[in-house]
Ligand binder design. Structure first.
Ligand code: FAD
Length: 321
């Protein structure tokens, strides 16, 4: 039986959904594998460990350390490498998040192994596990097979569905002491911007505004719609460059990649660099006054009209539901 490590990731004491999706991905790689969850942090991680078991982990290793209070690649790297050397897993799965993107290549380098990143689908084909990932800003897909070494992958959030949690599941939870030292990075302060509400990269619904929104005040209307829908607010680079919102909201080639169930593009033209970050959303709705706008080429539903007239109507209708 193979063994797959799933490196979980939390934020403000709560596990990110991609941690559960990573367990489902590990099962898709090898249904019979022993799934070993890894939870890292400073304190109060027991609940997170139990959650991993409910979502399908067979056992969980918890590492609590002062140096793991905030993410640093050195601290997390030392902890994960120590677990890998003890457990000798056949596979490792982590979310393709900011932390996953920073940590996994470093670990792969230390292990002298390959890494298949940003996987959106896993298929079994004639006895081989194939990993499907977008390339060229989402214009094409490649299938990768790992022929030797550790099966090391990161998965894009919101693409591989997590299993239904089963609170009756039991699994062994062990706490491991790891000597983390020589950390040269000191996290002095974590400054949060635009962090209210729903996390953009994991949101099921995203309302994104572009240069057509015309001002910071215009974004308030987007937030109103987002509030009604329980959505996160995103933006095009055009809107960020114009100063209407913070760059942390930028979606696209040089911003965040999102795959929500519903993406509402408001006053966004649909430049290729923007599409790279959202074109795999399950349903796309575009609101634009220009019927020739490129965004309509990827939209499932289009509203041709002035966004300042359409948005209040949508808010009113959704509130009435
Ligand atoms: P515009 O192209 O100006 O479109 C505004 C739209 O609003 C128009 O379609 C217009 O018809 C509509 N509109 C105006 N008024 C109204 C109204 N009242 N009601 C309804 N509709 C209205 N862009 C990204 O988004 N993300 C990236 O990550 C990114 N990375 C880039 C990387 C590189 C290397 C480069 C060169 C560019 C990148 N860009 C990125 C920029 C990209 O090329 C576009 O310039 C940008 O996406 C345009 O933003 P926009 O659609 O908001 O603005």
């Amino acid at each position: 039986m193979s063994k797959i490590l799933v490196i979980a990731e939390g934020k403000d004491g709560v596990l990110r959904n991609v941690s559960f999706e990573a367990i489902a991905a590990a099962k898709q790689i090898d249904h019979d594998a022993e799934i070993v969850g890894v939870v890292l942090g400073k304190e109060q991680l027991e609940e997170q460990a139990e959650q991993l078991v409910h979502y399908g982990a067979d056992r969980v290793i918890v590492v609590q350390h002062e140096e793991l209070k905030a993410y640093t690649s050195e601290g997390y790297g030392q902890a994960v490498l120590s677990i890998i050397s003890e457990e000798a897993p056949d596979g490792i799965v982590m979310g393709h998040t900011s932390i996953g993107k920073d940590l996994t290549p470093k670990i792969a380098t230390k292990l002298d192994t390959g890494l298949v990143s940003d996987v959106i689908e896993i298929q079994q084909n004639e006895g081989r596990t194939e990993f499907i990932r977008p390339i060229y800003s989402g214009k094409a897909f490649e299938r990768k097979t790992i022929t030797d070494g550790i099966t090391f992958v990161t998965i894009r959030p919101n693409n591989i569905a997590a299993l239904e949690p089963d609170t009756s599941r039991n699994g062994e939870i062990t706490t491991k002491d790891i000597d983390i030292k020589n950390i040269r990075t000191i996290v002095k302060e974590v400054v949060r911007k635009a962090s209210e509400g729903v996390d953009l990269s994991e949101a099921k619904v995203v309302v994104a505004g572009g240069r057509g929104v015309k001002s910071e005040g215009g974004f308030k209307e987007l937030y109103e719609l987002a509030d009604v829908l329980g959505a996160a607010v995103g933006a095009s680079r055009g809107a960020c460059d114009a100063g209407y919102c913070d760059y942390s909201l930028q979606i696209g080639q040089t911003g965040k990649v999102v795959t929500p169930d519903l993406y509402i593009a408001v006053g966004i033209s649909g430049a290729i660099q923007h599409l790279a970050g959202m074109s795999h959303s399950k349903v796309i709705v575009a609101i634009n006054k220009d019927p020739e706008s490129n965004i309509f080429a990827v939209a499932d539903y289009g509203i041709v009209g002035d966004l300042f007239e359409v948005l209040p109507l949508l808010v009113e209708e959704f509130k009435a539901l």
